[in-house]
Design a protein around this ligand. Structure first.
Ligand code: PLP
Length: 357
């Protein structure tokens, strides 16, 4: 016997999450981050807050100040908020809490293509994924989802809206009907909601088991690793037992609280990114043969008229890094491009013209 015999077998089939190794000067449009660093005023706030942190003490265990700051942002009560080390962690907390249900091994339903962490984290924790293909227009196939809900009785459902990597928002009426039909927890992952300006948070508390997830990563604070789940008080109270006591560190907590206190500059940057995506969509639509899918997020999904992998490499050769999603199936020849600064967008459009020509 070796320790490997004790390892969850499904892990052997998983890959470690990696991103491209960045080199200086690269235009980084691959990770759906904000292209805008903090401005001087925010930096001053940061420096001031850093100096006040009691680094010899554990952080505030309940995360109360952060819960309050996030609750104000999402217009809910603090005890409806579960802060996470990125929304990645809130996904993992949910999966841990619902790994086994009344029918044995928990199942997790999500549409495909979507954010890969739902599947990878589910498999790593021993839950069974239930994948329902999106329609050709990237909308939810309500009929197939209802059938799958009935057949599989999943403990959890994840619907990212706007969806990554397709960029579109799902029809909220369809999502609401699915949420009402779901037997367990129904999560609408709103990591990109700041760019669509639309949220389904008002259904929290109205539909049993309904919750939303939000992230601060896409709006300029990716390095802090901060996300949140907004759910009913009794769900949050149960999930709090799974959350590690100090899951959000004191630095992230203090800096996020300070920035959220005066969100005007954050909102300015969100507006700039949304405008940048609109500009980029129009410019890319002018490239012959390139299909640009509509987006409500801070990135665009495009389909190239020639082999996607080759176009991706040619972009990289020109110093522009985007996400290569091309593989047989619905994402064949698809690339995902994050909206950048005006200069970065210009370079991307120029490089794409050359790469496709
Ligand atoms: C749909 C979706 N949810 C969640 C996340 C993870 O966000 P965070 O950085 O808060 O962990 C991402 C990141 O790309 C995402 O696309």
């Amino acid at each position: 016997m070796s320790w490997k015999d004790y390892l969850r077998e499904a892990l052997l089939g998983l890959e470690v999450y990696r991103t491209y190794e960045y080199r200086p000067g690269l235009v980084r449009l691959d990770a759906n981050e904000s292209p805008y660093p903090l401005d001087d005023a925010d930096r001053d706030t940061f420096a001031h807050e850093l100096g006040r942190i009691a680094v010899h003490r554990y952080p505030e265990v309940s995360g109360r100040p952060l819960r309050e700051a996030l609750a104000r942002r999402f217009h809910v009560e603090p005890d409806m908020v579960l802060p996470g080390n990125g929304s990645d962690e809130t996904i993992s907390i949910l999966l841990t809490a619902f790994a086994e249900g009344p029918h044995g091994r928990g199942k997790v339903l999500f549409p495909v293509p979507t954010f890969g962490t739902y599947e990878a984290s589910a498999v790593a924790r021993g839950l069974a994924p239930v994948k329902v293909p999106l329609r050709e227009d990237w909308q939810v196939d309500e009929g197939r989802c209802l059938e799958a809900l009935e057949r599989e009785r999943p403990a959890l459902c994840f619907f990212a809206s706007p969806n990554n990597p397709t960029g579109n928002r799902f029809d909220p009426v369809a999502l609401e009907r699915l949420a009402r039909a779901a037997p367990g927890i129904f999560v609408v992952d709103e990591a990109y909601a700041d760019f669509s300006g639309q949220t389904m948070v008002s259904l929290v508390g109205e539909i049993e088991g309904f919750c939303i997830m939000r992230s601060l990563s896409k709006i300029g604070l990716a390095a802090l690793r901060l996300g949140a789940l907004v759910g009913s008080r009794d769900l949050v109270a149960q999930l709090d037992k799974v959350r590690l006591p100090y899951n959000v560190n004191a630095v992230s907590m203090a800096l996020a609280c300070a920035l959220l206190e005066n969100p005007g500059r954050l909102e300015d940057r969100i507006r700039k990114v949304a405008a940048s995506r609109r500009w980029l969509a129009e410019a890319l639509a002018g490239i012959p043969g390139l299909k640009v899918f509509p987006s409500d997020a801070n990135f665009l999904l495009v389909r190239t008229p020639v082999e996607g992998q080759r176009v991706w490499q040619r972009l990289l050769d020109r110093g522009v890094l985007v996400r290569n999603l091309s593989r047989p199936g619905p994402l064949q020849n698809c690339l995902r491009i994050t909206a950048g600064t005006p200069e970065e967008n210009d370079r991307c459009v120029q490089a794409l013209r050359e790469a496709i020509a």
